[in-house]
Design a protein around this ligand. Sequence first.
Ligand SMILES: [Zn+2]
Length: 455
Amino acid sequence: MARLWFRSALLPDGWAEGVALAIADGRIAAVARGVPAAAGDERAEIGLPGLANLHSHAFQRGMAGLAETRGPDSFWTWREVMYRFVDRMDPDDAEAIAAQAYVEMLETGFTRVGEFHYLHHDPAGAPYADRAEMAARIAAAAQTTGIGLTLLPVFYAHGGFGAGRGAPPAPPSPGQRRFLSDRDGFAALMRDSRRAVAGLPDAVVGLAPHSLRAATLDDIAAILPLAEGGPVHIHAAEQVREVEECLAATGARPVDLLLDRAGVDRRWCLIHATHMTAPERRRFAASGAVAGLCPITEANLGDGVFPLAAFAGEEGSFGIGSDSNVLISAAAELRLLEYAQRLTGRARAVAATPAHPSTGRALFEACIAGGGRALGAPGGLAVGHSADIVSLDPDHPALAARSRDAWLDGWIFAAREGGVEQVWRAGRRVVADGRHVAREAVAARFRATLARLAA
Ligand SMILES: [Zn+2]
């Protein structure tokens, strides 16, 4: 049985010194504290649980930075660029791009990804011979890189809300053809997707109606049993225009509608939920569902700012995701989550709580709990949990002469980059000295793929 030893480690009940984690079958089999390192232990100074990245569209890493030019609109123009980019992507391309994204996630301290996977079909919009070909490529990228995978196959059937109360949903646009399923096709896709990830020992499968734009309440009710108890994710209230169209078509706002009519509970994760009224926000917090916050993407797309201070004060659960993958960094997501609150609320240490007066610690703990729940794989260095572990670099200048919670604040707020030294996933070390063990090979394939797609 392998053993990892940390001079200090963050356990579920707080920091401890001289922590030894025994690992068996990829899981933590025993936790000892106050013990010396033994011969044969893998050693590190500062141990943390790995973070869940609860919302990713891996393929979008390939278009990062390509939609930063002036246009007539914001989010909706970006979406057109994305549609053109996916037009040419084949399964090899998708696998290469996902592997690059997952290497970057692991190098910054994310150890599991929730892949909100909607690029299902071939460039003509027809299912591949293996309907779950693209899901299999996501699984292959997870296998190559070692990241934990929670696959969320996306149900996407419509082009938008109906024009007016009770009108049928808008038909899909040509740019959406690779995403589309009817209910029977989606049931087959779910079945084949479970098979596609079967080779990953601890993969989790949930499902994701894309949004209320792309799935009606009747669709959602029909597909929910296919989750078989796994997590359910949906984009909600990301854009003001989406809220207005939802109100016009249904008489209700998106989060209200989901809470009233879709059976949202602790199994659910509402991605973004940026635009809510105060009563909506309070009801969401009380539902136990997780808010999936993607601060860098929300900033990049000009979505708006989630009401974190109020929501957390109402004991709402939240976690972070890298969504469009325009820039992948766990610390930067946490930093921007807090800074957006400071800028809009003209206050400091907004996420800090009486239990965790350190902002970094409060954010980190909340995202370990919320992210783990949203991905169906609890986080934290505890017996029975996956051995998903990150060590910080005690020699990083931002961590010098600090200890415990101040390490987290230094990593999140004061490190320009780096800070993560080693990462173990399911007990296997996949990042050493800040570099993924397959970084060069994965990056070479990624560069070749982007060159081909740009040609
Ligand atoms: Zn998204």
